[in-house]
Design a protein around this ligand. Structure first.
Ligand code: DLZ
Length: 164
């Protein structure tokens, strides 16, 4: 378990590849928009910080996290982006909905990435409470959107370095 003060988004910017020529699709869930909007802001800010061009960052909203994988597949199918970032927030409720959605989203996102051979990043918070989600979307534990963006840039960088 991370300590209360640990910022999970800490990283060394110099180690991240330059994203100037990279193209990104971001799929965001409308459920818990106050959280997913903050994840989106963290992701976009981070991509731009690493030199991605604003016109190369495409954002699409889907109704809920369950739809993230299909949204990602639409992007992958068009073959016009180098990486896809999925952002969502699933909060534990009183029923088993949480487990079904979380598992399905994780599996679906993994499937799209492996099927299309493109990085599809799992930027989905799965928390017990809204407070935990807020702490991880620009609060004391950082921003999972930032982490997702860094992962996307790193994976495209890895692809490029291996294809040289
Ligand atoms: C239905 C539902 C519930 C109960 N909770 C969440 C949630 O916490 N986070 C989220 O992103 N989406 C939730 N959804 C909506 C589902 O993801 C999906 O949009 C619907 O089941 C329709 O397929």
């Amino acid at each position: 378990m991370p300590s209360k003060k640990k910022n999970l988004s800490s990283y060394t910017p110099e180690k991240i590849p330059d994203a100037k020529n990279m193209r990104f699709g971001i799929v965001v869930s409308e459920w818990n928009t106050e959280v997913t909007g903050a994840l989106l802001e963290g992701a976009v800010d981070t991509l731009i910080k690493h030199n991605a061009q604003r016109e190369n960052i495409h954002v699409s909203w889907v109704p809920g996290s369950f739809e993230l994988a299909l949204g990602a597949q639409y992007y992958a199918d068009q073959n016009e982006v180098d990486a896809i970032i999925c952002l969502g927030c699933v909060i534990q409720g009183e029923t088993r909905h949480f487990e079904f959605i979380s598992q399905a989203v994780a599996n679906g996102i993994m499937d799209v990435g492996l099927s299309f051979n493109i990085p599809v990043i799992f930027g989905v918070l799965t928390t017990d409470t809204m407070e935990q989600a807020v702490a991880r979307s620009g609060g004391e534990h950082g921003n999972k959107g930032t982490e997702a963006a860094i992962t996307a840039v790193s994976m495209v960088g890895l692809r490029d370095s291996l294809s040289k």
